[in-house]
Design a binder for this molecule. Structure first.
Ligand code: DAH
Length: 350
């Protein structure tokens, strides 16, 4: 009996080695583990044994059955993987359904304006930082002085993941990490923190011509000793004048954001009427472009910076808004449309 078991095992292994596809494997399964197979035969043969022998032999047959089943599963997985690899190898690494003549391609208008802003801020000594799109509640809210249940969260409803993380609703979500990254250089070596971080943001919005669930902002911060609102106005004015290639008038109005104190809305003189008043600026002569303010002491503290010693400003430029103004795009949804006819019209030097 014992020798029969090892014979079955050897024959099975030899056949399994030769199997090349799923049909071979199925044939082996039926042959060895099916109702008329040797394993069933061995089981049946036990009836003539003594009780003692039945016990030890039964165990061995069960072990054999488990072993054959496992080996079969192993080989099945192996062959499947081989099949997938073969399929990948046979697939060309370009999309054969694409039309052949797409022309040269072009940068998305948001990319154009983002790069331009980056250039301008780089020339003023700002670092350009990249940041994740999936962030924690702490980064997006708590560290920005927006505790749970704060009404300011209502305006920033976003998309939550099962693990509690979320798609960032504003680029301010990167502030805490930036402070932590640069604080040692600030405190030990007196290097001011100057960074911008452009990025994609998400909100649970009903979309219309001015609202999208996915849009771009560009956050900026500067922290040092004796930073004041004048510094903020200077940098914003310089940047916007460069982007629009004309000297713009700016004004600040009070605005509330939990992570700045005082907080402002920064307006620029209307580009269409030059400040005289027209339908685009609701006859006020001003366009709202960039909320900003002096960084709240609690936010600096959360970033490991002593607010008694250092101050700073932060701004959250609506990059998508800026793009729309610069190129005269009336419907925000065009930007995410994927329509090449729309999106290939823009160039750097417009
Ligand atoms: N994160 C704000 C928002 O998306 C915008 C903002 C306001 C950013 C004031 C700032 C700021 O840095 O100082 O609504």
């Amino acid at each position: 009996m014992e020798s029969k078991i090892s014979l079955v095992r050897d024959e099975f292994s030899a056949e399994l080695d030769r199997a090349e596809n799923s049909a071979d494997l199925e044939a082996i399964r039926v042959k060895y583990l099916g109702k008329k197979g040797p394993v069933t035969e061995l089981m049946k043969g036990m009836k003539d044994l003594s009780n003692e022998e039945k016990k030890s032999f039964g165990q061995k047959v069960n072990e054999l059955k488990a072993e054959l089943t496992d080996k079969l599963a192993e080989k099945t997985a192996f062959l499947k993987e081989q099949e997938i690899l073969k399929e990948i190898e046979a697939t060309p690494d370009f999309d054969i359904s694409m039309p052949a003549n797409l022309g040269e391609g072009s940068y998305h208008p948001v990319t154009l304006v983002q790069r331009q802003c980056e250039q301008i801020f780089k020339s003023m000594g700002f670092a350009v930082e990249d940041y994740a799109e999936i962030v924690s509640d702490y980064e997006c809210f708590e560290a920005l002085n927006i505790p749970k249940h704060h009404p300011a969260r209502d305006m920033q409803d976003t998309y939550y993941l099962d693990n509690g993380q979320l798609l960032k609703s504003h680029t301010s979500a990167a502030q805490n990490a930036i402070y932590k990254k640069y604080k040692d250089a600030l405190i030990n070596d007196g290097v001011p923190i100057k960074a911008i971080f452009p990025g994609r943001c998400f909100r649970n919005e009903a979309t219309d011509a001015c609202h999208e669930n996915t849009f771009f902002q560009m956050e900026g911060v500067m922290v040092d000793k004796d930073i004041s609102i004048s510094n903020l106005i200077y940098f914003m004015k310089t940047m916007l004048s460069e982007v629009f290639r004309k000297d713009l008038k700016v004004r600040l109005r009070p605005g509330f954001f939990p992570f700045v104190e005082p907080g402002f809305e920064l307006d620029i003189s209307c580009l269409i009427c030059g400040g005289d008043g027209c339908p685009s600026c609701k006859h006020s002569g001003w366009l709202e472009l960039c909320p900003c303010g002096m960084i709240h002491p609690e936010v600096l503290k959360a970033g490991g910076i002593d607010p008694e010693e250092y101050t700073g400003f932060a701004f959250g430029l609506g990059l998508t808004r800026l793009v729309m103004m610069k190129y005269g795009i009336k419907d925000i949804r065009d930007l995410n449309s994927g329509s090449l006819k729309t999106l290939t019209q823009f160039t750097d030097d417009e």
